[in-house]
Design a protein around this ligand. Structure first.
Ligand code: SF4
Length: 525
């Protein structure tokens, strides 16, 4: 079947990760030595199922673009979203446009910058798979002469850093594609040359159609944008939009009909959904939303992408009521009990940095109250089985020893809680307010910043170690025993040369935390 328009994304983005959306972050780690495409696809990012050559589940972003093109009159039979391994089959002399979407094409995002450096084995798997994809695109383009358009949340990286794929890309789209893709693709089909860069503004809700085919993990967007205005965050967050309930339910049904039993609620903060002024959550709207989603026949699991902390204090009852509603639908377990996982941004314990770079984050509370807001909100969430995964930003411009110590103090205050902490290095994304700031490197971290890193991972290992490192199975037993030695080996093989001897203490603390888990496990068994 010849397709005039073929859309694709790297293999790291077209996988269900064993039905665990949080595992998708693991692709930001360095590619383990000696593991090639085949093994990585078997072990980590198993390709999504296919229907013919088309993928059965695509990234939510690609599904939105597909829906926009169909809405604009493009023939769905001439359009296909395919896995990179199937490009040869999908592309032919009929193909006029190949669209590539990527969240992290050069491995330069917050998580990949941090964890590729921490692993020490070079490029993250996200960048490795984008290269594999672009090599295929380049080969096919030489044969068929189609136009290559690249977009997605990470397209800024291709303009900010040396771009080895420049000569294979005709047009890079920055921002939200829905507002521009139909005109752009129509003009290419008329034979016009696209501009090398298009900066797409945030699309109004009326211009964003419902997806027509299933997205990964049953993705359904309820809000887009945030409006709190953190200076390290992408500008697409500036304009907050809510999607109408009927359109959300339409997408739920599309996913369920397409074979998903999970609904991944995509939002930058669930509490923004039809919120009142001052970021005050709208309890009625949220309870109605989730009851309606849960009542769609076939929905077995519901997972919320992101939340924020201040609204928890503004309506304590809401967290309890959402827990009651959502716990029966939770796919996540901790210590054998169902929990509600959601991502949040703590970022720092320094009220100085909050005031300087994230004035909107604690709103309606003042920046000085941030550590109290974090602790109190997390305690309430934990009381109702919400166990968030929080990012901690290390190396914001001008972060001082005192700022890092304030973060350590905050981590200490919440160390008895069920919260995972993901430390990431500051990266100045191309279009954020801090775009001209210096990127933080692992080797440049101060002792206090390294201690923040270690403290976060001690907390994670304490929280999740018994679940992931203990229990039956030969692989887990061997891995639990070997992990501290692997960490030490990494230091001598890679980290000492790359980052100097100061990082030894950080790695030792992480290895010791793993050993502590092993001791608990052996007492239990
Ligand atoms: S609160 Fe989160 S999504 Fe909103 S601007 Fe800040 S970092 Fe971005």
């Amino acid at each position: 079947m010849p397709f005039r328009i073929v859309l694709t994304a790297p293999a790291t983005e077209l996988s269900l990760y064993n039905n665990n959306p949080l595992m998708a972050f693991s692709a930001a780690f360095s590619r383990p030595p000696l593991l090639g495409h085949r093994l990585l696809r078997r072990l980590l990012y198993q390709p999504v199922p296919r229907k013919g050559v088309r993928v059965a589940f695509a990234t939510y972003g690609l599904r939105k673009l597909e829906a926009k093109l169909i809405e604009a009159g493009f023939d769905p039979s001439e359009l296909a979203i395919v896995h990179p391994d199937d490009l040869e089959e999908a592309v032919s002399s009929e193909t006029r446009i190949l669209g590539v979407s990527s969240n992290d094409p050069l491995g330069a995002g917050f998580v990949s910058t941090t964890y590729a450096a921490m692993c020490g084995f070079g490029e993250p798997m996200t960048a490795y798979e984008f290269r594999y994809l672009m090599q295929r695109v380049a080969d096919l383009r030489r044969r068929y002469h189609f136009t290559v358009v690249v977009g997605g949340a990470g397209s800024w990286q291709l303009l900010r850093y040396p771009n080895p794929y420049r000569k294979h890309i005709d047009c890079i789209v920055l921002g939200e594609g829905e507002g521009v893709i139909a005109d752009l693709f129509s003009s290419i089909l008329r034979g016009e040359r696209p501009p090398p860069i298009i900066e797409a503004p945030p699309a109004p809700v009326e211009e964003i159609p419902a997806i027509q085919n299933p997205a990964l993990w049953g993705g359904v967007q309820i809000t887009r944008g945030c409006g709190r205005g953190c200076q390290f965050c992408s500008p697409t967050q500036q304009l907050r939009r809510d999607f109408p309930l009927e359109r959300i339910l339409q997408e739920v049904e599309v996913n369920i009909r397409g074979g998903s039993s999970m609904i991944l609620v995509i939002t930058d903060d669930v509490f923004l959904y039809h919120c009142y002024p001052g970021f005050s959550p709208n309890r009625d709207a949220l309870l109605k939303l989730f009851s309606r989603i849960a009542s769609v026949p076939g929905v077995r699991h519901i997972q919320i992408c992101h939340s924020s902390l201040p609204p928890v204090l503004l309506d304590r009852k809401l967290v309890a009521e959402l827990c009651e509603l959502l716990i029966p639908y939770s796919p996540a377990r901790l210590g054998g009990h169902p929990i509600l996982l959601t991502e949040i941004g703590i970022e720092t314990g320094s009220t100085r940095l909050i005031r300087k770079y994230m004035l909107g984050k604690p709103k309606p509370f003042p920046p000085e109250k941030w550590p109290d807001v974090v602790e109190e909100a997390l305690r309430i969430m934990n009381d109702h089985d919400w166990c968030p995964v929080a990012t901690i930003l290390i190396g914001l411009p001008g972060e001082t020893e005192e700022d890092a110590i304030a973060t350590l103090e905050l981590i200490d205050r919440i160390s008895d809680l069920r919260v995972s902490l993901i430390p990431v290095l500051f990266v100045p994304e191309a279009n954020c307010a801090l775009r001209d700031a210096t990127q933080m490197q692992l080797a440049a971290l101060s002792d206090e910043q390294l201690e923040v890193f270690a403290a976060c991972w001690r907390q994670n290992i304490r929280l999740w170690g018994p679940q992931f490192l203990c229990g039956g199975g030969l692989f887990r037993s061997v891995f639990r025993f070997a992990l501290p030695y692997i960490i030490h080996m990494l230091y001598y093989i890679k980290h000492r040369r790359l980052y100097g001897s100061r990082i030894k203490r950080t790695l030792r603390e992480i290895a010791d935390a793993v050993r502590a888990v092993r001791c608990v496990a052996s007492v239990r068994t």
